[in-house]
Write a protein that binds this ligand. Structure first.
Ligand SMILES: *Cc1c(COP(=O)(O)O)cnc(C)c1O
Length: 398
């Protein structure tokens, strides 16, 4: 598989966009705007449930557009943070005083770390980059390396030892983790929180929890209930991935009410848009939940089948994942940037080269699960790219 000079040019333009985007991949709209000749047909970089986006978008057409209510959503101020929190509190079965609504979970990560982390934070790596990027000056960062040789699995006892030795005031656990997809069982989380009750802030980020499961059941799992007993817990959740609505910016956190008050005294009065408010109302509606549950379980099952198919390809190792993406390692000598370039330019499939992830050395690519049809295309594209091997035109080495 040699690339034509046209294809090489495209690859170079993508590289420039990636460099500008820093630790996050350039979005599809940025890429297609800047490189119109590139045809992205499957976005396996962004991590969302496409069936949930369909469901939400149909419902929104009906409720806001066909009814003409959209005008009100645009014209008037949305509700304040605590009004939306109250609405959500019935559904989450958590007192409204403990809920903080964010303009996406990223805003909450920033708010929590800037306001409550004073001395030292422990972050597992590889990880979602804002957790270390937002750490203010003067706060020490301790990285807990998840080991390649252990499949990036979280080691509970070793972690507790590290925390006791380092004495940090903040911990971050993403469950399932991004980008590895590794999952920590709820019983282990409960054990850990009991052992580490003396740490000021334990952040548990459940942005991918709707794709996780324990045993044979596909029932939703969540550590939210632990916030009742443990005041140091900050249970965080983005709605972008499981509902496929990154564009409207919606996330929430459950934490001690003193923390919520501290944040609200610092601002965040109308940090939600009218569309995000509309989403949270829908989310709390039992009828909508029933319909969402169907697309969630369908996607979860298809996703696990997709991972199994990818795992069968020779030349790559797929790490077990309970998120909606899978971390794959190229084991045939191929470079990750060559793989992602081949996938994109030859097959129109956009995947995430993980070269920039700290704590992840080697040839790793993160591939998101999409619709059933798209997943088939991803598997076929990967099969083809793996067969042809290195082209020497990888994104980072032009
Ligand atoms: C994507 C992501 C977020 C942030 O999502 P928002 O779109 O800001 O709600 C938070 N945590 C993790 C682990 C993520 O992957």
């Amino acid at each position: 598989m040699r690339m034509s000079s046209k294809e090489q040019e495209i690859v170079q333009s993508i590289q420039e966009l990636s460099d500008q985007a820093g630790t996050h991949s350039p979005s599809i709209s940025t890429i297609t705007e800047k490189i119109p000749e590139l045809n992205i047909e499957v976005d396996a970089c962004f991590l969302s449930n496409p069936y949930a986006t369909d469901l939400f978008s149909r419902q929104m057409q009906e409720d806001l557009i066909q009814s003409g209510r959209l005008r009100e959503v645009l014209e008037f101020y949305p509700s304040q943070n605590q009004v939306v929190a109250e609405n959500l509190s019935h559904f989450l079965e958590v007192p409204k005083e403990k809920i903080f609504i964010g303009n996406g979970a990223t805003e909450i990560i920033q708010a929590v770390i800037h306001n409550f982390t004073r001395r030292k934070i422990v972050i597992n790596i590889p990880t979602f980059s804002p957790y270390y990027e937002f750490v203010p000056e003067g706060v020490e960062v301790v990285y807990n390396q998840l080991y390649h040789g252990e499949g990036f699995q979280f080691n509970l006892e070793r972690y507790i030892e590290l925390i006791e030795r380092e004495n940090p005031d903040t911990l971050v656990l993403i469950n399932p983790n991004n980008p590895s997809g590794c999952y920590i069982e709820l019983a282990d989380i409960e054990y850990l929180v009991n052992r580490l009750h003396w740490v000021d802030n334990i952040i548990i980020d459940e942005s991918f929890i709707h794709f996780a499961f324990e045993g044979q059941s596909t029932d939703l799992v969540s550590a939210t209930y632990l916030t009742e007993k443990f005041e140091n817990l900050v249970l965080m959740k983005s709605m972008s991935k499981d509902f496929g609505i990154a564009g409207i910016r919606a996330g929430y956190a459950v934490m001690d009410e003193n923390k919520v008050n501290d944040l609200l005294e610092n601002g965040y009065l109308w940090n939600l848009s009218g569309l995000a408010e509309y989403f949270f109302r829908l989310y709390s509606n039992p009828e909508f939940q029933k319909r969402y549950e169907k697309v969630r379980v369908r996607y979860l099952n298809e996703t696990q089948q997709f991972f199994a198919e990818l795992g069968k390809l020779s030349g790559l190792k797929a790490y077990p994942s309970k998120a909606n993406f899978v971390l794959v390692e190229l084991t045939n000598g191929m470079k990750a940037d060559d793989f992602t370039a081949g996938m994109l330019v030859k097959h129109g499939v956009y995947t995430r080269d993980c070269r920039d992830k700290i704590g992840l050395e080697g040839e790793f690519v993160r591939i998101a699960s999409r619709s059933w049809e798209e997943n088939k295309r991803i598997v076929n594209a990967a099969k083809d790219v793996l067969r042809t091997g290195n082209t020497g035109f990888g994104l980072g080495r032009n």
